[in-house]
Design a protein around this ligand. Structure first.
Ligand code: NAP
Length: 260
């Protein structure tokens, strides 16, 4: 794939999304950067090469009309997009027995799954008309490979991202648009910094972004990064339920929303 010129990224104000923005900008790309925190997007854009090329969109990805409007603005300004990365995501621990957590399930699914659909949707018609490499990139998680205790919403939402991206990959197979699912293991970002459990193979966001860019360029269908977590994910998938339950029923959990 030649250097992509037009890349639209949600969740660009922090962590993986910001690292991907820096990675693509370094190769001369023109970026659309979407997240809620406008000041962080402005700081990021100002720090990139050719800051005047990039467009920032202060929007909530669960406001699907605002996402479509940002997408349409980016398409109009750049005559299309080569790569769209739906990276915005949230992660909270949840317990089904706590009634308040039903609202957290709604928020996690709206942000992690439905907003991925809302991010891709406005780009598909124009991407179908374009020539050359085109990519829609979903960000899953190794947490989506098996259900972990205390993380029902996050694990289920990321499993759903994996399945959704697979469906879309088949739907777009003859269109020239490749759907790439990138599945991070543990990446060092604000999302993981409060985790109260060991994080094997923790990877710096910059290294993740460089490897993700290669995966996206190749148009791979599904890739776990770092590769060591790919091995872990494969083993987890193979583990029979009885062994899985014995190994993970006492695993430490992620904080619920508002928990210290
Ligand atoms: N870090 C890891 O180890 C890891 C592992 C597996 C998967 N992932 C996935 O990777 C993606 C990026 O996570 P990260 O680690 O980089 O976390 P992060 O540093 O917390 O960044 C999350 C990004 O999502 C944006 N976001 C969240 N809710 C949003 C909303 N409603 N509207 C618009 N933007 C929203 C945030 O921007 P604003 O707050 O400014 O809106 C921020 O830019 C997520 O999908 C996450 O699930 C991360």
């Amino acid at each position: 794939m030649t250097a992509p010129s037009r890349v639209f990224i949600t969740g660009a104000s922090s962590g993986i999304g910001a690292a991907l923005a820096r990675e693509y900008a370094a190769s001369g790309a023109t970026l659309g950067l979407l997240a809620r925190r406008q000041s962080l997007l402005e700081e990021l854009a100002a720090s990139l090469p050719f800051p005047e090329r990039h467009r920032i969109y202060a929007a909530d990805v669960t406001d699907y009309v605002a996402v479509a409007s940002a997408a349409n603005d980016f398409i109009a300004a750049n005559a299309g997009a080569d790569i769209v990365i739906a990276c915005a995501g949230i992660s909270y621990g949840t317990l089904t027995e706590r009634p308040a957590d039903l609202a957290v399930f709604d928020a996690v699914f709206a942000t992690n799954l439905n907003a991925t659909v809302a991010t891709f949707a406005p780009f598909i018609a124009s991407m179908k008309q374009q020539q050359g490499p085109r990519r829609l990139v979903g960000i899953g998680s190794v947490a989506g490979v098996r259900g972990m205790r205390g993380a029902g919403a996050y694990c289920a939402s990321k499993a759903a991202v994996h399945s959704y991206c697979e469906s879309l990959r088949l739907e777009l197979r003859d269109s020239g648009i490749k759907v790439v699912t990138i599945v991070p293991g543990y990446i060092d970002t604000p999302m993981t910094r409060n985790n109260r459990f060991p994080m094997p193979f923790l990877m710096p966001a910059e290294r993740f972004a460089a490897q993700a860019r290669d995966v996206i360029a190749r148009g791979a269908s599904y890739r776990v990064l770092p590769w060591q977590m790919g091995v872990v994910a494969k083993l987890l998938r193979l583990l029979p339920n009885a062994l899985f339950d014995a190994a993970f029923s006492r695993a430490p959990t992620k904080q619920r929303q508002g928990e210290a």
